[in-house]
Write a new protein. Structure first.
Length: 348
């Protein structure tokens, strides 16, 4: 995303239609691309690829399986996390993993599967609409695209009718504090505690952006969670969080935007997002992120036929995420994605 000849952000989109909505992430940063890779993209000799998460970009030359680190140009053989749909995760998980994920009954299992089936139908319908309008879309000029975002947009345009954004400022203002990275569950508990500040109940909480103090909070949670082969569970996180702070963690039902949005606004406390992924070859895993804001974007689709004009409305729902930099650190993520598995929320 370029504004006044300056790179101000980036957008990650899907390559395959069955992966979900066209746009997955909107990020307020742009990765620096190594010069040779940049020329390769400009000349269509290769493409930039988000390897599993938006935090990592590689350059893939056309007709080659080689991957180059987009920022350095060096050969990149790193194994990055790869998205896996919740439905695939459930079908591949053994009983022990299902229990760790909190899927302890056939009824709940079927509830997850049905939610995914409904989402698949929505995505299929969306892409059918895009396919039907594709000839009009490709003929749009840059000027027409820009005009479509303005209030006085033409009758065929899609524009933002209203936008309701809610941010937890105690956390949003600390989103750029030094990030210790590391284990995702530990990172989530650390960042939530930092945002609580003096109210956390933890006497050694970091109240300023000083990496040694933040690392100390992280180390303490890491010790409380204990070593675990694979990913931690919500139960382990809840126990550790209650031992260290005056707050607790309560799991939600599935990963529902309305539930998460309601909890954040009513409690003024963060939520936790659990996403499915394949962390390593032949081994399933998952990844935790902290949700510190939501946005309800009401879109207006103005249509006309002969003398008739009418408007159709739909909503885009977003989460503002903070994580251990595996996903990219700070970014907006569209709700309803296939990999959003289960959520929880913080309460007093």
């Amino acid at each position: 995303m370029i504004k006044e000849n300056r790179e101000v952000g980036s957008i990650a989109c899907v390559v395959e239609k069955d992966e979900g909505d066209p746009v997955q992430y909107v990020m307020n940063y742009a990765k620096q691309i190594e010069e040779t890779n940049g020329r390769g993209v400009s000349s269509h000799a290769g493409k930039l690829v988000d390897s599993g998460y938006p935090g990592t970009l590689v350059f893939r030359p056309n007709g080659s399986q080689r991957s180059l680190n987009a920022e350095t140009g060096a050969e990149d053989a790193t194994e990055y996390p790869v998205d896996i749909k919740v439905k695939d995760l459930l079908e591949q998980a053994d009983p022990d993993m299902l229990e760790l994920l909190g899927v302890t009954s056939e009824e709940l299992y079927n509830c997850y599967i049905e939610a995914q089936r409904t989402e698949e139908e929505r995505i299929h319908s969306l892409w059918e609409e895009i396919k039907a309008a594709s000839s009009d879309i490709v003929l749009l000029t840059d000027e027409e695209v820009l005009e479509s975002t303005l209030p006085e947009a033409s009758s065929r345009s899609i524009s933002v009718d209203s936008e309701d954004t809610f941010l937890l400022w105690d956390w949003f203002n600390k989103r750029s504090w030094w990030n210790p990275g590391g284990d995702c569950a530990t990172n989530v508990l650390t960042f939530i505690t930092l945002g609580l500040g003096k109210n956390s109940g933890y006497s050694n909480n970091a109240l300023v952006n000083e990496w040694t103090k933040i690392q100390s909070v992280y180390n303490w949670f890491f010790k409380k969670l204990g070593s675990y082969e694979g990913a931690h569970t919500y139960l382990q996180m809840m126990i550790a969080f209650m031992q260290v702070t005056n707050y607790s963690i309560t799991t939600d039902n599935l990963h529902n935007w309305s539930t998460i949005n309601s909890n954040i606004r009513s409690n003024n406390l963060p939520a936790i997002s659990l996403r499915s992924s394949i962390l390593w070859t032949n081994r399933l895993g998952w990844h935790y992120r902290t949700i510190i804001g939501t946005c309800d974007q009401r879109m207006k689709n103005s249509k006309s036929f002969l003398w008739m004009k009418w408007n159709e409305y739909y909503n885009n729902y977003w989460y503002y995420m903070h994580d251990n930099t595996v996903d990219g650190g700070n970014f907006w993520e569209l709700a309803g994605q296939y990999y959003q598995f289960h959520s929880a929320h913080v309460k007093k």
